[in-house]
Write a new protein. Structure first.
Lengths: 267, 90
């Protein structure tokens, strides 16, 4: 296949990161990520990167909590996607030890460093092993601003303790950059999809930003030079598009999906 | 069960909208997205899995793992047909 494949024929992590050209290949894959045209291309990048890192598989998970009643998980799988089906069918989701780790930590670690506290978490680990991730490197990609959304890159190896090596310090730098690039790319894709599928206009985004800034109907009406009734009517239309009960929930959702900035109220 | 051919995409959805597959040809095989929405009481989970399949064998393994095929046999039948057509074209 390509030069990246030749880097990882069951070699140890120190051998992989010490190979000539490792850093430039890793950097190249990271630089390709923001330019991916679609998910297929990103999957190719993810697959190539996992090979460069000496891993047999890679999964990028994006988690977004729309509100208290709805959570979304998106998996990009370079490897065996049956893993994610098993995961989903068991309903582990937010009880998963690696996701919980990523929700509160930004440090990439070997999965051996993450305690498995519940029966579900231990079962999820067994399923990961059965699908090729005998050992794994867990790379959080957190969002700023206290948002619920987070990304998580998982590199899986068929070799036990593959990532339990001082050489993981090198992988850490590159894997963290890759995770952040994929996460940002994905948020942009989701934003684009939502805007296109719901026909959200710039005026809609402006309205939601004003709601997020804490402006009241009359203030918005004055600023946009339209009637308060028009403001209410436009919010009702937006609430329906986003399937949310009120404008506050709609604006919060817009922030979670990166449609508008999480700006605070005006002083 | 609904099917739609979008620009370059094939979409298959179960009659109740719980499971949706979107397929399209990619440079290295067929790109498949599987979306599923589950509700438990007031909680809803929406999960999407996207992967590239270079061979029909790998895709068959993926489908065999999916217990939803028993609930929606017709959906999965159409899914397999669409996949076979796309992988033959790629």
């Amino acid at each position: 296949m390509n030069s990246s494949t030749s880097l990882n024929q069951r070699r140890s992590l120190p051998e992989v990161v010490g190979a000539t050209g490792f850093a430039s290949l890793a950097l190249e894959s990271i630089q390709r990520a923001p330019k991916a045209g679609d998910a297929s291309e990103m999957l190719e990048i993810l697959s190539a990167a996992s090979q460069i890192f000496g891993a047999e598989m890679a999964v990028f998970v994006s988690f977004i909590r729309d509100d208290e009643s709805r959570e979304s998980f998106r998996f990009l799988v370079a490897g065996n996607p049956a893993w994610c089906i098993a995961y989903q069918q068991n309903g582990w989701y937010a009880n998963d030890a690696w996701l919980l780790y990523a929700a509160t930590n930004s440090e990439p670690v070997s999965d051996a460093a993450i305690p498995l506290r519940t029966k579900w978490q231990r079962e999820a680990r067994v399923i990961a092993t059965q699908h090729g991730a005998v050992s794994a490197y867990v790379v959080p990609a957190p969002a700023s601003g206290g948002l619920s959304r987070l990304g998580l890159l998982i590199l899986g190896s068929a070799q036990p303790h593959y990532f339990d090596s001082p050489a993981s310090a090198t992988i850490k730098v590159f894997a963290r950059s890759l995770a952040m690039e994929i996460h940002e790319w994905w948020v942009r894709q989701i934003r684009k999809d939502i805007i296109a599928s719901n026909r959200i206009t710039d005026d809609d985004l402006q309205l939601l930003t004003m709601e997020k800034r804490g402006l009241r109907t009359k203030q918005i009406a004055d600023e946009l030079n339209i009637s308060p009734a028009s403001v209410d009517s436009r919010f009702q239309r937006l609430n329906a598009k986003f399937n949310r009960p009120n404008r506050k929930a709609t604006a919060n959702l817009a922030v979670e999906y990166g449609l508008i900035e999480p700006c605070g109220p005006l002083n | 069960m609904k099917q739609r051919d979008l620009a370059g995409h094939r979409m298959v959805t179960s009659h109740d909208g719980v499971v949706t597959f979107v397929l399209r040809r990619a440079k290295a095989g067929v790109h498949v997205e599987r979306r599923q929405e589950n509700s438990e009481g007031s909680q809803a989970h929406v999960a999407s899995v996207q992967a590239l399949f270079e061979t029909g064998e790998r895709f068959a393994q993926f489908v065999d793992m999916d217990s939803m095929r028993f609930s929606y046999p017709l959906t999965y039948e159409h899914l397999k047909r669409h996949f076979d057509e796309l992988i033959d074209e790629s």
